[in-house]
Design a protein around this ligand. Structure first.
Ligand code: EPU
Length: 422
């Protein structure tokens, strides 16, 4: 196991390039199961979630080759199983996309309930409702979900909540179904659009991704092709917040500024200077940010995946800020870690009140999940003294070369393997 040691207090300065989107790629790799040919996926981030989902495809019979330029080539023509190994499925939440992809390919899928970050109840009832609406029978026995049918037929699905996972999973299941499927109250996150664009580039006919209503006109076959993943919205936001928290000056490159609008608006409201260019954003924060009120919402609202990071920044802002989490029922577990660093935060239900302090101090902290890990990392970079984050495993799931990227911005941090320390 590796831990992360940070010597904080240095403003981040310079330029950083954002990698491909984690939440797009972890859906696009399973989507390749539906492709009858070779697909070449470019701009694939080097993160452990990609390693796990690629291994899952390989175990199903796909040939996956990582190329020197960072692309991933997938040939799924020899995939001949629809029951991925449980121990690997449990390593990540996005393995639920194999249900939609395998159902779409074989009319059959047998996948155990996925793992992933634990911040409250995370059911997949909306995914199941979608599969059933297009003709599948879904049985849940113990931890195993079996979905099967003789034929998938287009249907209409209204999602009670605009779920990212359900929207994508239903697209995967129905892209080769007979007839037209309509998803109402679909999620609109940038990675939804990216998955639809990937499928369309392979020959699918999906309209309306990025709006409330998505129409999937089933096609017989998806052929191969090349597709480049969009930049990671949350990684971009992490660097923007880190620049503000350390009072730095950072040009974040390879971003789609439109995806960052709610964060840009909030940072600006907090007195941080944010300049937008075509595909980069500069964040300049010479003075202490001021308080803000934020509520997380599905896109285009403020992303829940930046909630913990934003609270780390609010912990250092002048005045009393508030953060309300509306997407998940339990995503404030990391607050105790920030308190260890001197933050003054009170949580009542789904709202945290944050009384800003002039400085945080380094401490030994736990990384509870991926974004909580990123939040304590940013707090550690801003804090005075030494912070030790007990494990890198969560951060490695979603951040490509984070240590190298932060070091290039002037931060002082290193990965230490526990064995090395003993
Ligand atoms: N929900 C249900 N039933 C369902 C599906 C979702 O009740 O069938 C509820 C969940 O319990 C949750 C809310 O709806 O309260 C949102 O869930 P959603 O399905 O939108 O999220 P997800 O697909 O499980 C993806 C990202 C998350 C991100 C959320 C929200 C991936 C692999 N994961 O999860 O990313 O927080 O959308 O934007 O795309 C992360 O990157 O750190 C991360 C957790």
């Amino acid at each position: 196991m590796d831990e992360l040691v940070i010597h904080g207090g240095t403003p981040l300065m310079g330029e950083v390039t954002v990698s491909g989107s984690k939440n797009a790629v972890v859906a696009i790799i399973p989507a390749a199961v539906l492709v009858d040919g070779v697909c070449r996926i470019e701009n694939v981030p080097n993160i452990s979630d990609v390693a796990v989902i690629t291994e899952l495809l390989t175990r199903l019979g796909a040939v996956c080759t990582r190329l020197d330029d960072g692309s991933l080539e997938i040939d799924s023509r020899k995939v001949n199983k629809y029951n991925p190994p449980h121990e690997l499925v449990k390593k990540m939440r996005a393995s639920y996309y194999l249900i939609g992809a395998l159902l779409g390919r074989f009319n059959n899928a047998q996948v155990c309930m996925p793992g992933g970050c634990n911040f409250g109840h995370r059911p997949i009832d909306l995914h199941i409702k979608g599969f059933e609406a297009v003709g599948a029978t879904v049985d849940e026995v113990g931890e195993v979900i079996t979905a099967y049918t003789d034929e998938l037929k287009g249907g209409s699905i209204y999602l009670d909540f605009a779920s990212v996972g359900a929207t994508i999973n239903i697209m995967l299941a129905t892209v080769r179904a007979n007839g037209v499927t309509t998803i109402e109250n679909a999620a609109k996150e940038p990675h939804i659009v990216d998955v639809a664009n990937f499928l369309n580039a392979m020959g699918a006919n999906i309209k309306g991704a990025g709006t409330d209503t998505i129409k999937i006109i089933g096609v017989d076959r998806l052929g191969g092709g090349t597709y480049s993943i969009i930049p990671d919205q949350i990684e971009a936001g992490t660097f923007m917040i880190a620049a503000a928290a350390t009072r730095g000056d950072v040009l974040v490159k390879n971003v789609i500024p439109r995806h960052m609008e709610t964060l840009t608006a909030k940072l600006t409201e907090m007195g941080v200077t944010v300049e937008e260019f075509d595909d980069s954003i500069r964040v300049y924060a010479p003075t202490r940010p001021t308080r803000a009120r934020v509520k997380t919402m599905p896109y285009p609202g403020f992303p829940t995946d930046l909630q913990a990071l934003m609270v780390a920044l609010m912990a250092l802002a002048e005045g009393i800020s508030s953060m309300t989490e509306t997407v998940y029922d339990n995503r404030f577990q990391y607050v105790d870690e920030l308190r260890r660093m001197g933050a003054d935060i009170n949580v009542d239900g789904r709202t945290a009140m944050i009384r800003g302090v002039p400085k945080l101090v380094g401490a030994n902290v736990t990384s509870m999940d991926l974004r909580a890990g990123a939040a304590v990392l940013v707090a550690g970079l801003a804090a005075e003294g030494k912070t030790v984050i007990n494990t890198m495993a969560h951060i490695d799931r979603g951040y490509d070369n984070i240590i190298e990227k932060m070091t290039a911005l002037g931060a002082s941090l290193e990965r230490v393997s526990i064995a090395e320390k003993v």
